[in-house]
Design a protein around this ligand. Structure first.
Ligand code: MN
Length: 423
């Protein structure tokens, strides 16, 4: 199913003029899927084109776009029924949508467009399970050397397998959802016992999320090739993290409440097919991988990533610029590893890549690294921060740049004060 086709042709233009603007995230070559509503209306499936949304639910009802004859796949206000269809149907549907939006082969007659400015975006798919990985060698080395010293920066398993943990799907939310500062158990290094209260070291993790479309059977592992093809698409993902809760709770079973309170994803799922022109290889292996993790094709993507921070009442500053291409393990390797034991993978499973950090100080994907665990505050235009304060807004952005720009939109969250307990 992989490879380039007419939907990637850089010469194609849309009759939706805003899609042809050089800075648009959503040219006709992108066509990401999302779920939106207007006013009190029901949630509908759409595709972003320029600053508009093409209403696929309406096109399916009109018989213009029929991915699965006899079935309503865009009628449920989630992408799961579509993502569960065979991979060739994803491609056929994308090709048909491109035809409908192309300036040569399509036109506005019979199409239902909604301005993105008038729409409210929803979580695009029912998140079946959420797994978070730890695939940036730079991030793992930074965090390891911070807490265990530079000689023990990487744990002995890290160069052999994609480390991960099973997170919570229940608190994955769409961009724009306000995030309540978590309470939890905290213990200062010099305190004898912990206390319960608001997290003081609230952080982001800049990640990509891979969305599983094709399920796998329990007991039947996926190859990296099958895993690559099973991924329907990608979103930006902010794995909000409570560092002070994490440092006390994480041993010996890994993160728990420090990560369970919220994960934000961007509203548009950029399909794996749309990303085909931006495939790159994973970095050179420091140690040979076991055969089940070997890759026969470039399974990483060249995706530029940025984080903006707006302190409460202040102005935005870009605090990180990095690239997803540096990740040591691809999503295909992570999915293959996840299924290696026989674990069944499901339509709607979400795999967080792990914090994306680069090799330079301006390319780090968490405040933990940027401020070196609070030692080096950052200046946000006269306002200083080590971690996130109430009222601060964090925005992740991502895009590919080649013959055309192809973007993911924004992944935004603002922090609300913690719930007050009478204790
Ligand atoms: Mn994470």
């Amino acid at each position: 199913m992989s490879g380039l086709n007419a939907t990637h042709d850089p010469a194609r233009r849309s009759w939706v003029e805003s899609a042809n603007a050089p800075g648009s995230d959503f040219p006709i070559q992108n066509l990401p899927f999302g779920v939106f509503s207007e006013g009190d209306g029901a949630a509908r499936v759409g595709v972003a084109i320029g600053d508009m949304i093409l209403d696929l639910t309406a096109l399916e009802q009109a018989g213009t776009l029929v991915p699965a004859p006899g079935e309503w796949v865009f009628g449920d206000g989630v992408l799961n029924p579509f993502m569960a269809l065979p991979q060739h149907v994803w491609s056929q549907t994308r090709a048909r949508i491109a035809e409908l939006l192309d300036a040569e082969t399509g036109g506005p007659e019979g199409q239902i467009l909604v301005a993105q400015a008038d729409a409210r975006m929803h979580l695009p798919f029912f998140v079946r399970s959420f797994t978070d990985f730890y695939a940036s060698r730079e991030h793992a080395s930074n965090v390891g050397s911070m807490f265990r010293g530079p000689d023990n920066a990487l744990m002995p398993n890290w160069l052999h397998l994609p480390v991960g943990y099973n997170g919570r799907a229940s608190t994955v939310v769409v961009s724009g959802t306000a995030i309540r500062r978590p309470n939890g158990q905290l213990k200062a290094p010099d305190a004898a016992v912990p206390h319960f209260g608001p997290c003081r070291r609230l952080d982001i993790e800049l990640e990509m999320g891979a969305v599983v479309g094709t399920p796998s059977e329990m007991g039947r592992p996926l190859t990296t090739e099958e895993a690559y093809d099973a991924i329907f698409g990608y979103v930006l993902l902010n794995d909000w993290s409570a560092r002070d809760i994490q440092v006390w709770e994480y041993q010996p079973l890994g993160p728990f409440q420090a990560k369970a309170f919220a994960t934000t994803i961007s509203p548009w799922v950029v399909t794996r097919e749309a990303l085909e022109p931006f495939r790159v290889s994973t970095p050179e292996r420091a140690m040979p991988l076991l055969p089940y993790l070997a890759e026969s094709a470039p399974n990483n993507f060249d995706i530029r990533l940025e984080v903006d921070m707006v302190p409460a009442g202040g102005t935005a500053k870009t605090i990180s610029r990095t690239n997803y291409r540096h990740m040591y393990y691809s999503s295909a390797q992570q999915l293959a590893h996840h299924s290696a034991s026989g674990c069944a993978m499901c339509t709607g499973d979400l795999l967080g890549s792990g914090t994306v950090s680069g090799q330079t100080p301006d390319s780090l994907g968490s405040l933990l690294e940027i401020t070196w665990n609070g030692r080096d505050p950052i200046d946000l235009g006269g306002v200083s921060r080590t971690f996130i304060e109430d009222g601060d807004t964090l925005t992740l952005r991502g895009w590919c740049e080649g013959d055309y720009r192809l973007g993911f939109g924004d992944c935004v969250g603002t922090i609300l004060p913690a719930m007050q307990y009478g204790i």
